[in-house]
Design a protein around this ligand. Structure first.
Ligand SMILES: C[S@@+](CC[C@H](N)C(=O)[O-])C[C@H]1O[C@@H](n2cnc3c(N)ncnc32)[C@H](O)[C@@H]1O
Length: 238
């Protein structure tokens, strides 16, 4: 990909992610619930970051194992530190989500991903969905939490306002001040406030995701949660 997630992004997100991601705990809970009944207890955490999804999934599923995937060695190292108590139930691979070399791996019961697929353009997402479908066992689940592109300016303004307000509340709750909200504004983290197009963040609409997932061969394709321009999608391989 031409534009890249930077070390500075990693630092800011690692420090303030709990405030920047709207209802982060609720999203993690939903992802884990959707993966509770999969054909093989082996899950790929695509662009795992610090491993929050994997941590909760491994905690809930004592027989499960996870493959951590990220492009950043720092993020993978942070995830491995976080998951230390679950050794040897995880392994790690460093690769670019846009490459296809890693997509020959198979026999996953589930794939989960949060806040990463929007870095791919439309064609990249369609190709990813097709490849992930072939990597899953029959009955396997794909669960994605990510930014979406609102369909018009009204919905975009609403998403921008909701995101600002969610970060302000979380900042006060977690830090007792506007510290995280101020960084969020200074770093121009609210994608929905930017004039666009942005070379790094390229969310797609809900309708596009649903169409592309179905085209890729998934069934039970759905959006199960949406707030502040953040959505959780689910899809099952037949
Ligand atoms: C916003 S963080 C989300 C991390 C984690 N999934 C979470 O929700 O806490 C985005 C993650 O995607 C990774 N990433 C960004 N671009 C990538 C790429 N092209 N290939 C692989 N990983 C990438 C970053 O290193 C980072 O860990």
């Amino acid at each position: 990909m031409e534009a890249a997630w930077s070390a500075a992004d990693t630092e800011v997100f690692a420090r303030y992610g709990d405030a920047f991601v709207p209802h982060r705990r609720a999203q993690i809970d939903i992802v884990c619930r959707l993966l509770a009944d999969i054909p093989v207890p082996r899950v790929l955490d695509l662009c795992c970051g610090e491993g929050l999804l994997s941590e909760e999934y491994l905690r809930r599923q004592p027989d499960a194992e996870v493959l951590l995937f990220d492009g950043s060695a720092d993020m993978l190292a942070a995830a491995e530190r976080r998951l230390e108590r679950f050794r040897p139930r995880f392994s790690a691979v460093q690769a670019d989500i846009a490459d296809r070399g890693w997509r020959s791996a198979t026999r996953f019961g589930g794939v989960m991903t949060s806040l990463a697929v929007h870095h791919l353009d439309g064609a990249g997402k369609r190709e990813l969905y097709r490849d992930l479908c072939s990597m899953l066992e029959p009955g396997g689940m794909f669960v994605m939490a990510d930014l979406i592109e609102p369909a018009g300016p009204l919905a975009k303004n609403l998403a921008a306002d909701e995101w600002d307000s969610a970060v302000r509340s979380a900042s006060r709750e977690l830090y007792g001040s506007d510290e995280a909200a101020e960084v969020f504004e200074r770093e121009e983290w609210n994608y929905f406030r930017l004039p666009g197009p942005d070379p790094l963040d390229r969310p797609s609409s809900v309708a596009e995701h649903l169409t592309w997932l179905a085209e890729a061969g998934f069934v039970e394709v759905d959006v199960v949660w949406l707030y502040a321009g953040h959505a959780v999608f689910t899809a099952r391989k037949p």
